[in-house]
Design a protein around this ligand. Structure first.
Ligand code: ZN
Length: 303
């Protein structure tokens, strides 16, 4: 019989997540992030949750949802928890099934006096940082058609735990000043739902692209205002983004880098992993997702 480890560390499951959005076909940038998550999970003995963010109903398409499962299976990236197929996702794991949970967090923020209502139009908000237009208007939060914003303090400093060397606390970036936590249509906003889900599932390690660092800072700020907050214990690794051949960041608009397209061209999983790494390193030749993730972990000095 195997010996059972009763130390506290052994009893706390350590969990990371793959968190794709079904709003486009997955591309090489997504693959790199998934591969890095997978490789880190093997090094740190983490379990993996597949968490698909589908609150943005306008951009969701069934073929994008199916593409997530097809790509993970083709690239041989495993996960321990979460849906195994689109049907299971829709009936058991969709974010639309956790609206009450999101609302309980929103209500806790509201009851703590951390929110204000904003009725600014989209055109009023085109220029980046929110200028605090509605902060002192005292618009009732119960008024229909208003967004709920978090009152943020620009002087605050936010610490992030990372798997690499410690970094000093960072200020909240201007793009996250008074950010929206509930949209005008009443839906929870991405930042709120993401924090709520990570707390709900007990995620301990988050791997994401460095473009999401402002989002992480905003989420840590939000979590610090909740009555029950374990979020500061979460370890975050923000990896660099790959650049495409012309120097642009890989994105969903770049159809030629979609995994689906590469498969249709006859590329094997090994070919796709090598092509992805070679966007940054002409000598790299990872043969599978784990090796692709390890390549990035080594490049960034994590292992
Ligand atoms: Zn406003």
């Amino acid at each position: 019989m195997p010996e059972i480890d009763h130390s506290p560390a052994a009893q706390v499951p350590r969990l990371t997540r793959l968190a794709p959005t079904p709003s486009g076909f997955l591309h090489a940038g997504n693959l790199l992030s998934f591969a890095a998550t997978y490789a880190l999970s093997l090094h740190l003995n983490l379990e993996i949750l597949l968490r698909i963010d589908d609150l943005d109903r306008d951009r969701l398409r069934p073929e994008y949802l199916a593409d997530i499962f097809a790509t993970l299976e083709y690239m041989d990236i495993p996960w321990h928890h979460g849906p195994r197929n689109p049907d299971e996702f829709s009936t058991q794991w969709s974010q639309t099934l956790r609206i009450e949970h999101y609302n309980s967090l929103l209500n806790a923020l509201r009851d703590g006096g951390h929110l204000f209502a904003c009725d600014c139009s989209r055109t009023q908000l085109l220029n980046g940082a929110y200028p605090g237009t509605c902060r002192h208007k005292n618009i009732p939060l119960s008024q229909p058609g208003v967004a709920w914003r978090l009152k943020t303090d620009p002087g605050s400093r936010i610490g992030i735990r990372s798997p690499g060397p410690a970094t000093p606390p960072m200020p909240l970036p201007p793009s996250m000043y008074d950010f929206v936590v509930r949209k005008k249509n009443g839906d929870p906003a991405y930042q709120l739902a993401s924090v709520a889900d990570d707390l709900h599932f007990g995620v301990t390690h988050v791997v994401r692209g460095e473009d999401l660092l402002p989002s992480t800072l905003g989420q840590l700020y939000l979590a610090s205002l909740l009555p029950f907050n374990t979020f500061p214990e979460t370890v975050f690794w923000h990896h660099p983004l790959l650049e495409g051949p012309s120097g642009h960041k890989l994105s969903k608009s770049a159809g030629d880098t979609s995994i689906r397209h590469m498969r249709a061209q006859g590329l094997s999983p090994a070919d796709i992993c090598t092509a992805t790494a070679r966007m940054a390193d002409p000598l790299a030749a990872p043969q599978n997702a784990r090796e692709l993730g390890d390549w990035l972990l080594q490049r960034q000095g994590i292992i």
